[in-house]
Write a protein that binds this ligand. Structure first.
Ligand code: FE2
Length: 386
C-alpha cells in the first residue's frame, strides 16, 4: 500500500483534553498496517485530531477530514463520507471517536471496495458472503470504551431499504490496527461512560448466555463482565481514575471478542430504540437488560449465576437463587449511574411499542438466545422495562 492519502472520520464532540501524541504518531507512522491487532500505546487527550494530523504532516501524507459524522450512521451520512473519501483520492481510513465514526469508517471501506447497495450486505440476509474483495486499511482510535467496534467485524447502519439498524458483518471488516489508549476516554461525561460501559458489559453477557458453542468467547465474556463489575461504576464516578478507565477499555475489547460468538435480545430490543426513540445505544441496552435477564432466568440460570459471581456476588445458594441475585446486582449497578432505569424516563411512549416490537423481532440478534423470543415476548420485555 502507498501512504499518499488518508481519510479521517472524526468525532470532535468527544475530543476533550490531551497530552501525549503517541497514539497519533503510531497511527500516522508508515508501516502501521504491518502491525495488525490492538495495543495500548498510552495516554493523551484534547486536540487529539491535531495530534493525529501532525505526524501525517511530518510524513507528507495528505488527508481529508470528516468532522461531523452522524451519531448512529445512516445511508446518507455514509454516502457523504464516501464522497469525501473519493474526492480526496484516499486509500485508507482512520476512525477517531466512538462507535459512530468507527462504523462510518467501516462502511466507507466496504463501499470503496464493493458495489452498492449497502443493504445487500445485511447480515440477516447472509450478506457477509458478498464481502470478498480486499479493503483499504483502517486504523481505529477509540475515545469511548464500550462499542468494541475498534476490534470487531461488525458495522451497524440504519438503512431505508431494510427499515432498521442493519448489521453488516465480515471478518475482513476488522480494523487493520486499533490504538486503544484509556486516556482518550478521560473526557467522557459520566452518562456516556455509563452508557458505553453498560454496552460493553451487555456484549459479554449476551455472548455468555448465547446458545452457540464457542468456549474461547465464553472466557473473554467472563473476563469482560468481571472487569465491568470492578471498574464501571468507578469510571463513572471518577473519570480520571486511571485504573478504572484502563479496565473499561479492556472490558470493551473483551466484549468485542466475545460477541464473535453472538449477541442476543438485549440488542434486538435496543437497536430500534435508537432510530425510533432517539436513545443512545448503550443507554438503551442498560434500560432493557434486567427484563431480558429475567426472561432468561430458567433457560440460562447457570450463566446468569456466573454473571452474578463475576460482578461480585457471593457464590452461594442454589443456581436459581444466584441467577436472581445477578439481576438484582445489575439493577443496583445501574442505580449508581446517571442513566434512566425505565424506558418512560428515557422518553419512550407506550404507543411506540408495536413498532418497536416489530423491528426488534426483525433484528436477528435474538435468534441466539437460549429461550426463543416470539414477538409477544419482546413486547413483554419492552413493557417490563417501561
Ligand atoms: Fe452494543
Amino acid at each position: 500500500m502507498t501512504h499518499d492519502r488518508r481519510i479521517f472520520v472524526s468525532d470532535p464532540d468527544r475530543l476533550r483534553r490531551g497530552r501525549r501524541p503517541r497514539a497519533a504518531r503510531a497511527a500516522g507512522a508508515p508501516g502501521y498496517e504491518e502491525a495488525p491487532g490492538a495495543h495500548g500505546p498510552g495516554p493523551r487527550i484534547g486536540g487529539v485530531l491535531a495530534r493525529v494530523t501532525g505526524p501525517l504532516h511530518e510524513e507528507r501524507i495528505s488527508y481529508a477530514i470528516i468532522d461531523d459524522v452522524a451519531v448512529d450512521p445512516t445511508l446518507e451520512s455514509v454516502e457523504f463520507a464516501l464522497g469525501v473519501y473519493r474526492q480526496g483520492g484516499c486509500d485508507g481510513v482512520v476512525s477517531l471517536g466512538g462507535g459512530s465514526p468507527m462504523d462510518t469508517g467501516k462502511a466507507v471501506r466496504l463501499l470503496s471496495s464493493h458495489p452498492p447497495p449497502l443493504a445487500q450486505y445485511d447480515w440477516a440476509r447472509d450478506g457477509g458472503r458478498l464481502i470478498t474483495h480486499p479493503m483499504p486499511p483502517m486504523v481505529a482510535i477509540p475515545t469511548t470504551a464500550g462499542t468494541g467496534s475498534e476490534a470487531n467485524r461488525n458495522l451497524v447502519v440504519s438503512l431505508p431499504e431494510t427499515g432498521r439498524k442493519t448489521i453488516i458483518s465480515s471478518q475482513s471488516m476488522v480494523p487493520s490496527l486499533a490504538l486503544c489508549d484509556p486516556e482518550l476516554t478521560y473526557g467522557m461525561p459520566p452518562w456516556l461512560t455509563a452508557g458505553t460501559g453498560m454496552d460493553a458489559m451487555v456484549h459479554s453477557m449476551e455472548a455468555l448466555w448465547a446458545n452457540r458453542f464457542h468456549p474461547l468467547a465464553d472466557g473473554m465474556a467472563r473476563k469482560g463482565i468481571e472487569l465491568c463489575g470492578k471498574f464501571l461504576v468507578r469510571a463513572v464516578k471518577d473519570g480520571q481514575d486511571r485504573e478504572a478507565r484502563a479496565g473499561m477499555m479492556i472490558a470493551a475489547l473483551a466484549g468485542a471478542a466475545a460477541m464473535q460468538k453472538a449477541l442476543g435480545p438485549v440488542h434486538s430490543l435496543a437497536h430500534p430504540l435508537t432510530p425510533v426513540c432517539g436513545l443512545h445505544h448503550g443507554v438503551a441496552t442498560a434500560v432493557v437488560l434486567p427484563a431480558v435477564m429475567e426472561f432468561n432466568l430458567d433457560a440460562a440460570a447457570p450463566q446468569l449465576a456466573e454473571i452474578g459471581v463475576a460482578l461480585g456476588e457471593p457464590p452461594c445458594g442454589s443456581v436459581d437463587e444466584a441467577a436472581k441475585r445477578a439481576v438484582e446486582r445489575v439493577r443496583a449497578m445501574r442505580q449508581e449511574m446517571p442513566i434512566p432505569s425505565r424506558l418512560r424516563d428515557a422518553g419512550v411512549k407506550e404507543c411506540q411499542f408495536p413498532l418497536l416490537t416489530e423491528k426488534a423481532f426483525q433484528d436477528t440478534c435474538h435468534l441466539a438466545n437460549p429461550r426463543p423470543c416470539a414477538p409477544a415476548d419482546l413486547d413483554l420485555m419492552f413493557r417490563a422495562s417501561w
